[in-house]
Design a protein around this ligand. Structure first.
Ligand code: BG6
Length: 459
């Protein structure tokens, strides 16, 4: 078992990610008694510690809820190192701030183009000894660039000390997929091609790209959420039972599944772009970046052969919700001559904004006729996640728990699936903001349709 870290360092300490996610997460960790080591922010703003602390306070007030007592404790742990990442002096100062710390966690909340200079600066100043490194997505732009990034990090950190964040894995309901499947033996016998006809995963967002134009335009939906978040959901949903509870057993099961997913072809994808996207500041005039993608995946295993997995995600859709719909087969013979909707028999797992698991069935109406209604048995319902994903993941990184971080072979497997559809290998269709994307998606799902509309299942 890894030892607890004895310092937390984060680069990009004055940036957006720090303000929105890291400070609120640190406050929660302090409040939960999980963080009592020095917390050192590094950035180039020429601020004093007081200014940095005031910034942290404002960030929490703006993006979370300030907890005066926890913040007072957090302020006592905060340090600030101001300096250029290219200047060795910055890292010498950091080493001094680290004092006797022997097992720091370094979190790179900075663009990947800066990883090299920061990692080599850390190494040259003796800050990598005994250290762990946490890096943000996107991890590369394709298989080749991900391999280069891995090689770069491996120069300074062994694989077991590299923590690649995919915040979806830190979401409690995404963890709950594994728990529900493997804590309840009733699911295992039906969790295969004999009982499951198709699976749909919808990750819909009502908002657009807004202030993230230049980042988003270089990425697009497939790299932004499909390659990582949604393939992580597929892995949890479809993996074989892990050989045990240790973190590598679960990551091995995820990797085995992802390695069996067939690489996509252009025929498996419909890309869309919402009208007005090209007017967003930072977006190229004639951009062909997708803000919507619908994808059909196939898994070549005995368990899943012939079961299509449809994924649909995009910006400016009618609703913000993430939902999984596992559709069971219809009865093999039509005993009651009813017109039964294809979604009639299902397991619905809602991941956000609220969390629920529902089992869909048909129940006979009272009376002498053999006709039924759609009903759903709610197995579980919660208003939302108790622990925000970043608090969970940073706590895990501090404890040295690796299960929820993406291992190198998982990253490789994810890029292998996605790589053939990157770029302009498929047309880009326009769609109206507030619609469910281009009409071409209807033809894509065909007889397995209609697409699940998470609005119809909201509580
Ligand atoms: C991020 C993407 O990783 O995940 C965003 O870059 C997306 O585009 C976000 O909106 C969704 O995450 P969540 O937790 O808000 O559903």
């Amino acid at each position: 078992m890894a030892e607890d870290a004895d310092a937390f360092v984060f680069f990009g300490a004055t940036g957006d990610l720090a303000a929105k996610q890291i400070f609120p997460a640190l406050q929660i960790l302090v409040a939960n008694g999980e963080l009592d080591v020095p917390v050192i922010g590094v950035a180039d703003a020429p601020w004093s510690l007081e200014e940095f602390t005031a910034h942290a306070r404002r960030a929490i007030e703006e993006h979370a809820t300030l907890d005066e007592a926890a913040f007072a404790t957090l302020s006592g742990l905060l340090r600030y190192v101001s300096g250029d990442y290219a200047d060795t002096e910055t890292f010498t100062t950091l080493r001094t701030e680290l004092g006797a710390a022997e097992r720091p966690v370094h979190y790179l909340a900075i663009p990947p183009s800066l990883f090299e200079v920061v990692a080599s600066g850390l190494a040259a100043s003796g800050c990598t000894d005994g250290a762990r490194i946490v890096v943000e997505k996107p991890f590369g732009r394709d298989a080749g660039s991900a391999a280069e990034l891995n090689a770069l990090l491996h120069r300074y950190f062994s694989e077991d000390r590299i923590y690649r964040i995919d915040h979806y894995l830190g979401k409690d309901p995404v963890q709950n997929i594994i728990y529900t499947r493997f804590a309840n033996p009733i699911f295992e016998p039906i969790w295969n091609r004999s009982y499951i006809r198709a699976i749909q995963i919808t990750m819909a967002e009502e908002f657009g790209v807004e202030a993230r134009g230049s980042f988003y335009d270089s990425v697009g939906t497939i790299r932004d959420v499909v390659q990582n978040h949604l393939l992580a959901v597929v892995a949890n949903l479809c993996m074989e039972p892990p050989a045990g509870p240790d973190s590598d057993a679960i990551r091995d099961a995820r990797a085995m599944l992802l390695k069996a997913v067939r690489p996509l072809t252009p025929a498996d994808v419909v890309r869309g772009q919402y009208e007005g996207y090209r007017d967003t500041p930072g977006v190229a005039a004639g951009s062909t970046t997708e803000t919507f993608a619908a994808i059909r995946l196939a898994i070549d295993t005995w368990r899943w052969s012939g079961v299509p997995i449809f994924i649909r995600s995009g910006k400016h859709l009618p609703e913000t919700a993430t939902e999984i719909m596992v559709q069971f087969h219809r009865p093999p013979a039509d005993v009651f001559r009813e017109i039964v909707p294809p979604t009639s028999s299902h397991l619905r797992i809602r991941v956000s904004p609220d969390i629920s698991i529902g089992l869909g069935m048909r129940m006979k109406q009272p009376g002498d006729r053999m006709v039924g209604d759609e009903v759903e048995l709610r197995l579980s319902e919660q208003p939302g996640s108790v622990l925000p994903p970043y608090a969970r993941l940073l706590g895990d990184a501090l404890r040295g728990a690796t299960e929820l971080f993406t291992r190198e072979d998982l990253v490789d497997a994810q890029w292998r699936i996605i790589e053939p559809i990157l770029g302009d290998v498929t047309p880009i269709y326009r769609y109206r903001p507030g619609s469910w994307g281009p009409d071409e998606t209807i033809g894509m799902i065909g007889a397995f349709g209609p697409w699940n509309d998470p609005r119809t299942t909201a509580p």
